[in-house]
Design a protein around this ligand. Structure first.
Ligand SMILES: *Cc1c(COP(=O)(O)O)cnc(C)c1O
Length: 395
């Protein structure tokens, strides 16, 4: 059923292949993603395999020799993510990591050498500037441009890698991924897309031509706020071999328990995404009526600046809504007044969270800027809570 590919130790690993659910709907694919063939008396999703090493008499052959290189629990999770990022494609290899940043760093640091140039978004995830400083320390030229307006196009000449984050976090700007990929490929550059905010059910960067779909699984992919995880899904065998080698060198591997929890959580991905994203749209529509709310952003709103391109390349618009309240104090009072929304960072969980993003100091946002992640509560309850908190914070 699955294609087998040689791993770098000469063993065989199951590829993403085309499982029975390849042409099925998102819910069907999510509940069955990565499941092994049923075995009598065995569970549907085998439990986590806790192993630092595996029995290995004689000449060492893969796939399972040492726990930093491979683990059967990762294999199933990697297959699941690969099926979601590249359904029906036989060419996707997926690698899981200890966190989103481990996954991002594995691509940046395995693909770039001293003297190379890389294009990063200027409005991307707040730890990217840290990566930037590290890359520059290694003699790599880093150029940045905003996500909006495909501005990264202007600085592509001579670059070895283009890093896209669309929608961007927390500003929710969107760029035309296909257009940027074509321009980058024409110049011989590889393209990675941070797909954290959209999830593979909202956007498929590999189908839009990207070489890597990279994400933090900490957010909506796992959705319960209890796991840190990252992944890289790619279709360039050579590039992915370098990413695998980087994981081995740095050892930024997920624990078996985290990998298993993530796989268990993916079964409900479509349900969560459907509920959270439709509630996010409802909330955005309600916020749009409020005079104290400015800078409202949700790519699913028909008049949002991101909507036109988002509607061409995304299948769903995410669970994050951003907006600005008149002042820092007003924003803090609003967050205090919320009862169903926890004041916490991160996003994508089944429990709604919100924060005043300016408190971190890393993003170029106004003091009253709020990033609100919509959870799986009943939409009417959530909208009522937010509107009540807006009223109370005005007093
Ligand atoms: C959270 C996040 C990351 C980093 O992921 P971790 O799992 O926290 O390391 C990277 N990119 C985006 C867009 C994120 O939101």
């Amino acid at each position: 059923m699955n294609d087998s590919v040689e791993d770098d130790e000469g063993g065989t690993l199951e590829g993403a292949g085309s499982p029975a659910t390849a042409g099925a709907g998102d819910g069907t694919r999510a509940v069955r993603a990565g499941l092994p063939e049923p075995v009598k008396h065995e569970p549907t999703l085998p439990g986590p395999v806790f192993a630092a090493h595996f029995h290995l008499p004689g000449d060492p052959t893969g796939p399972y020799a040492y726990g930093r290189d491979e683990n059967p629990t990762w294999t199933l999770l990697e297959r699941a993510i690969g099926e979601l990022e590249g359904p029906g494609r036989g060419d996707v290899e997926t690698l899981v990591f200890a966190s989103g940043m481990a996954a991002i760093s594995s691509v940046l640091f395995s693909q770039l050498r001293a003297g190379d140039a890389v294009v990063l978004p200027s409005d991307g995830y707040q730890a990217l500037p840290l990566a930037r400083a590290q890359l520059e320390g290694y003699g790599i030229e880093v150029r940045t441009a905003p996500t909006a307006g495909d501005a990264q196009l202007e600085v592509l000449d001579g670059a070895r890698l283009l890093w896209i984050e669309s929608p961007s976090n927390p500003g929710l700007d969107v760029c035309d991924i296909r257009r940027l990929v074509e321009a980058a490929h024409a110049r011989g550059a590889l393209v990675a897309v941070d797909n954290t905010l959209a999830t593979p059910l909202g956007q498929r960067p590999l189908d839009l031509g990207a070489d890597f779909a990279v994400a933090s699984g900490t957010k909506q992919l796992t959705g319960h706020g209890d796991v840190l995880l990252g992944y890289v899904a790619g279709r360039d065998t050579e590039a992915m071999a370098a990413v695998r080698r980087w994981r081995k060198i740095v050892g930024a591997i997920p624990g078996p328990m985290e990998a298993w929890l993530a796989h268990r959580s993916i079964a409900t991905l479509q349900l969560r995404v459907e509920r959270q994203n439709s509630s996010a749209l409802a909330l955005a529509q309600a916020l749009r009526e409020r005079p104290e709310v400015t800078g409202l952003r949700y790519p699913g709103l028909p008049d949002d600046p991101s909507h036109k391109i988002a509607s061409q390349q995304m299948r769903r618009y995410g669970c994050v809504v951003s907006f600005t309240l008149p002042s820092r104090t007003r924003a803090e009072r609003f967050l205090d007044a919320l009862r169903l929304v926890d004041d916490a960072t991160s996003f994508g969980g089944v429990r709604s969270t919100a924060e005043r993003r300016g408190r971190w100091g890393g993003d170029a946002v106004p003091e009253g800027f709020i990033r609100l992640s919509v959870g799986a509560e009943d939409p009417a309850d959530l909208v009522a809570d937010v509107l009540r908190a807006l009223d109370e914070s005005a007093r």
